[in-house]
Design a protein around this ligand. Sequence first.
Ligand SMILES: NC(=O)c1ccc[n+]([C@@H]2O[C@H](COP(=O)([O-])OP(=O)(O)OC[C@H]3O[C@@H](n4cnc5c(N)ncnc54)[C@H](O)[C@@H]3O)[C@@H](O)[C@H]2O)c1
Ligand SMILES: O=C(O)CC[C@@H](O)C(=O)O
Length: 412
Amino acid sequence: MTLTTSFPKRDIRVLLLEGISQTAVDAFRAAGYSSIEVHDKSLPEAELARAIADAHLIGIRSRTQLDAEVLAQARRLIAVGCFCIGTNQVDLQAAELAGIPVFNAPYSNTRSVAELVIAEAILLMRGVPRRNAECHRGGWSKSAAGSHEVRGKTIGIVGYGHIGTQVGVLAEALGMQVLFHDVEAKLSLGNARAAASLQDLLAHSDIVSLHVPETPATQGMFGAAEIAAMKPGAHLINASRGTVVDIDALAAALRDGRVGGAAVDVFPVEPKGRDETFESPLRGLDNVILTPHVGGSTLEAQDNIGVEVAAKLVRYSDNGSTLSAVNFPEVALPGHEGSLRILHIHRNVPGVLSRANDLFREHGINIDGQFLRTDSHVGYVVIDISATVEQAHDLRSALAGIPGTLRTRVLY
Ligand SMILES: NC(=O)c1ccc[n+]([C@@H]2O[C@H](COP(=O)([O-])OP(=O)(O)OC[C@H]3O[C@@H](n4cnc5c(N)ncnc54)[C@H](O)[C@@H]3O)[C@@H](O)[C@H]2O)c1
Ligand SMILES: O=C(O)CC[C@@H](O)C(=O)O
């Protein structure tokens, strides 16, 4: 079924979940959006289904699952903003096939994660988690046993992308050796060296830090075999995604001392909010630092993310530009002062464009500019026209009738 979303911006409803920064609200207001519903946590399924049915723009973080079923309820949705780096919580293909671009903030919390990882590397190498726990119980194990400087030690970075490279640069500044493993060929920064293989990295690292995205290939990639391949007593840091590590195998290796310590920020199952109990086999282990998925949660990062993702949603909503969308043909558009702009999103099947051009001719409408991008699933065509609002709406209705049309919209 073809969905239409042509109306003035003041009627566009923005739904922001999971405590997105006030900077996002301010950015929407400054751009003239007044209908903004804000929630400080994710919504239970039934409530999400109700809220998303009325929303034109939705902002989420890592908790809210936008699967195909939820997206099917989102009859009015124009675009999704992930106010974070990861986009694995959204069914990106289902969104694309519904004509909905998804945006994120690919760099805004990179530094925050890297700083936390470096701090954890130092704390683990000094045995601070265990000493901290003992002091809390009244113990006083004043000893250098098992306590090391990070200088001269090797950190093995799995996933040498934005965060992995930052961790490497900071680690080198502390005098560490940096080894990395990635599925892509990567330019090494500083003196970092690509390991011959993951096994090679595991065999030579005092600390292993995971920075891969959640994909079918990374789910469960760090299991009992990888843990067994680590240097005896080495430490593991996971601030990537909880599904990457076999948490039971890690708990067993931490209990028997095979792994010296761990810092874990992300979990296969995470509580939906503050009122839900955090359950994990890692709870109660003295040699583990547990944090509630806060690697990217600094005020600096969250404020920047609020500005960045809100700007991308506003730009798409006001102007049609899909630049930097993660699931959609990218079209960078100029302003359209003096013209009305029609957006036509369609399945990438033969004949749609020629039918659209026929309609322009039949309606006697002059085209000022035309922009087109396609990928294997979807075509996105943007047409600037000199016409009255009524003519544009007549034309939009006709375009919406073209078989394969997913969404149409007029921008004033
Ligand atoms: N804990 C947090 O709060 C937090 C914050 C930000 C990001 N993250 C997570 O960290 C992940 C990484 O972020 P980024 O910005 O560095 O992403 P990125 O895309 O820049 O880097 C990921 C790297 O992993 C590599 N990779 C992919 N699959 C791999 C595999 N099977 N083996 C080895 N390498 C593989 C990629 O080639 C890429 O170089 C995000 O996807 C997100 O899930 C967590
Ligand atoms: O803010 C969040 O919920 C997610 C943070 C992090 O995992 C990300 O993907 O950016």
